[in-house]
Ligand binder design. Structure first.
Ligand SMILES: NC(=O)C1=CN([C@@H]2O[C@H](COP(=O)(O)OP(=O)(O)OC[C@H]3O[C@@H](n4cnc5c(N)ncnc54)[C@H](O)[C@@H]3O)[C@@H](O)[C@H]2O)C=CC1
Ligand SMILES: O=C(O)[C@@H]1CCC=N1
Length: 279
């Protein structure tokens, strides 16, 4: 499948997440000239055009020629954007939405009709490490989605990282709170480590190298080791030593409940977005 770039792709919204996916997919699953980007922002269109991608400011008949459409606009403008693209749907168009919160049934209704919701639809929650083919995406297909469409969606997202199928929209909101938003949590921790190293007397360069390699090394070790993260943590923690001193501060200041509260806030926000923008 997709040999000789059998895939043609439209990004509707060509911003941060579409760019991350495009960078991983172009040259692997499709050529630049198999991609069409619709974005209202001129500078964004110019960035894509510089890679040889066709662009437009608004949907038009050229959309009908693209086999897979990826909606990558903000949830706030999904409804109007879907309505503008809908006239160009063909019976075999596979629609993938990466918008946070907007649930599958709502999307199916917007794309089809209340009596005949669109079935060729996969909801997806990717993340920005897709830019370097180290992403992970949650995927959701409602009952009735063709196996071939599931396979196409999976192969597309596998080109930029791993995929995890989930069973319902609530689980996809949980994926959003963990891996969709998660890179930002990691970057925040990275920023804190770098600034902390500098406060303790390291140069910015030394601190950045040490912090990056520590996160990289620890996550690689956790991924490759049969041991649990808790066991690996204990192996670093000498009794009465430096790590124990640091971890007791994390515990006193409620690190784990804070992470859980943050994830719950992201999850709740996904439901709010659905309520606010799915009417
Ligand atoms: N940034 C991330 O890490 C992730 C984002 N997402 C989802 O991806 C979607 C896009 O997010 P980002 O790329 O971060 O936002 P972004 O703001 O970088 O990109 C959105 C793009 O849509 C364009 N746009 C706005 N209205 C439009 C319209 N009517 N027609 C065509 N284009 C239009 C904007 O000009 C912009 O370039 C959101 O729904 C978000 O929930 C999902 C996973 C991760
Ligand atoms: O912040 C957001 O709403 C989007 C969804 C996951 C990552 N970025």
């Amino acid at each position: 499948m997709f040999s000789n770039y059998e895939l043609s792709l439209a990004f509707i919204g060509g911003g941060n997440m579409a760019s991350a996916l495009g960078a991983g997919l172009i040259g692997k699953r499709c050529g630049a000239n198999d991609v069409h980007v619709i974005d209202i922002d001129e500078a964004t269109r110019e960035r894509w055009a510089a890679q040889g991608v066709g662009t437009a400011a608004a949907p038009g008949p050229e959309l009908s020629g693209q086999k897979v459409w990826i909606f990558a606009v903000k949830p706030q403008v999904m409804k109007e954007t879907v309505a503008a693209c809908r006239p160009y749907l063909k019976p075999d168009t596979l629609v993938i939405s990466i918008a946070a919160g907007i649930d599958s049934a709502t999307l199916a209704r917007w794309l089809g009709t209340p009596d005949a919701p669109w079935t060729r639809l996969v909801r997806c929650m990717p993340n920005t490490p897709s830019l370097v083919k180290a992403g992970i995406s949650g995927l959701l297909a409602l009952d009735g989605v063709l196996d071939t469409d599931r396979t196409v969606a999976q192969q597309l997202l596998k080109a930029v990282g791993e995929v995890v199928w989930v069973d319902n929209d609530d689980q996809l909101d949980a994926v959003t709170a963990l891996s969709g938003s998660g890179p930002a949590y990691v970057f925040l921790f990275l920023e804190a480590l770098i600034a902390g190293g500098e406060k303790l007397g390291l140069s910015a360069e030394q601190s950045r190298a040490l912090a990056l390699a520590t996160l990289n090394g620890a996550t690689q070790l956790a991924g490759l080791s049969p041991e649990s993260p808790a066991t690996l943590r204990e192996r670093v923690t000498s009794k009465g030593g430096t790590t124990a001193a640091a971890l007791s501060v994390f515990e006193q200041q409620g690190f784990t409940p804070m992470v859980h509260d943050a994830m719950q806030a992201a999850y709740n926000r996904a439901s709010e977005l659905a309520r606010e923008f799915s009417k």
